[in-house]
Write a protein that binds this ligand. Structure first.
Ligand SMILES: *Cc1c(COP(=O)(O)O)cnc(C)c1O
Length: 239
């Protein structure tokens, strides 16, 4: 399939970083404010390790099994790893200690389950709350209105610290509509920060993927999650 060679991967990441920097400057922001998270689902540990030498800030994993395999093999080469996918409560234990940030907390059920496991091992787990900004049934995350009760619940947990928001806006060919969704998430991010919760710090706004990361940065993203544009098309048959 279209998996990239190491040299192609290097060129891709350098080009992405240039576009990221340009989008940041366009928005009057410093390029250093925006992190590149490599979404490495379906890639081999060898590919992940090869990409770790490139200017990637963090690795994002969707599947607990892949997170464990890559983490335990040292494929991230000391770089941080985040969990960005759907997390089943019975697998939380494996994610704690391997993901410095769980980006995809979209329900109170998951939040309280993480609290329980984090308390057991005596750590404070950093999380992002996931917002389903397009109201799509196929996507997880809370509706914008449900973000506030979820924040209330999160603020009351001793072993959880909220570091920001994550969103996957609807796939969209309409540039203006795409930007409206991204801007709406940014608006929630700012409002949440203004509420002054004690263990909530709105530092990270995770939005933007291969198709819309420049728009996401223009609308305030501090972390973009990119897979295809770094590694090439995914081959799910390898699962
Ligand atoms: C796969 C994935 C990405 C990256 O998607 P690409 O379109 O391949 O860049 C980003 N975020 C999440 C949550 C993903 O699952």
């Amino acid at each position: 399939m279209a998996e990239k060679t190491p040299e192609e991967m290097r060129e891709a990441v350098l080009a992405i970083r240039e576009k990221m920097a340009a989008a940041a400057r366009e928005a009057g922001r410093a390029p250093a404010e925006v992190q590149l998270c490599a979404a490495c689902k379906t890639r081999t540990a060898e590919t992940v390790a090869a990409s770790a030498a490139l200017p990637i800030d963090v690795f994002g994993e969707n599947h607990v099994q892949e997170l464990c395999a890559n983490f335990d093999a040292g494929a991230y080469c000391g770089k941080p790893s985040h969990f960005i996918g759907h997390l089943q409560t019975n697998k939380i234990k494996k994610v704690l200690g391997r993901a410095s940030l769980i980006q995809s907390v979209g329900s109170e059920h998951l939040l309280t389950a993480i609290e329980k496991e984090a308390a057991k091992v005596g750590i404070v787990q950093n999380v992002l709350l996931e917002v389903n900004i397009g109201g799509e049934e196929s996507k997880s995350g809370v509706s914008p209105e449900a973000l506030w009760p979820l924040l209330d619940a999160a603020a009351a947990q001793e072993h959880i610290r909220v570091k920001g928001l994550m969103a996957i806006p609807p796939v969209n060919d309409n540039d203006a509509q795409n930007r409206r969704y991204l801007a709406a998430v940014h608006d929630l991010f700012v409002k949440a920060g203004e509420r002054g919760y004690s263990n909530v710090e709105m530092q990270t706004l995770s939005m933007g993927m291969s198709g819309d990361y420049e728009n996401a940065i223009r609308e305030g993203a501090t972390l973009v999650r990119i897979g295809t544009a770094i590694y090439g098309e995914r081959d799910y048959r390898k699962r």
